[in-house]
Design a binder for this molecule. Sequence first.
Ligand code: ZN
Length: 247
Amino acid sequence: MHADVATALRLQALDLRAAELRREIAALPKRILEIEKALEAHTRRLEMDRAALAANQRERKKIEGEIQMHQQKISRLRDQMMEAKTNEQYRAFQDEIAYFEQAIRKAEDQILELMLEADALEANVRKAEAALQAEKKSVEAEKEQARARTLADKEELARIEAERKEVAARLAPEVLSMYERLRSRHYPAGDVLAEARNGRCMGCMMTIRPQLFQDVKSGERVVCCETCRRILYAEEPPRDIEAEMSA
Ligand SMILES: [Zn+2]
């Protein structure tokens, strides 16, 4: 392989990895925002359940107060009834007492309903509290992980950017400018080089003229695909590149 093609391949590998890291660095805060939003929604939901439970308890206290008032009223009426002078008066007191007794029964039914509702609400609140506790822990862990990941990504990116400078400096200026031009104008995804395999450019899948294919394989000069303009490399050397990369 031509030395400049090997160097350009290294440059491409660095650029691809740098793009991946930048995408990840940009995506992590969004992920954090998402999980924080979910946590907020669950917290609000719990607050609503707690408010419903508190309203239920207030309502129950109110009705219990009413029952007490009715009972006091009944005991006063009973006292007054003792002093009734006529049957008519007596019956009137009886009717009034029956009215308040009926009101008490109705209130007791309401309390029973409220108690059933409270049981369900309390169960909801307890369940939500436990779930929220667990969620808070996992959100914290995930945030910590994201922070660590971002830091590691940024460090790796800095190393890659430093190495890129070195690699670019090693490249023949005309090959470097060709690479940069292809990347900025045609292949922003970073696939500036293409493998030449079985007489085809693997970038655009078009056939390469036999002479050109021969030139790619011999590595005597830098060859570009005549269709897509990508810099071509022959298929066997990538293993050497791997070795060079880890060296
Ligand atoms: Zn091509």
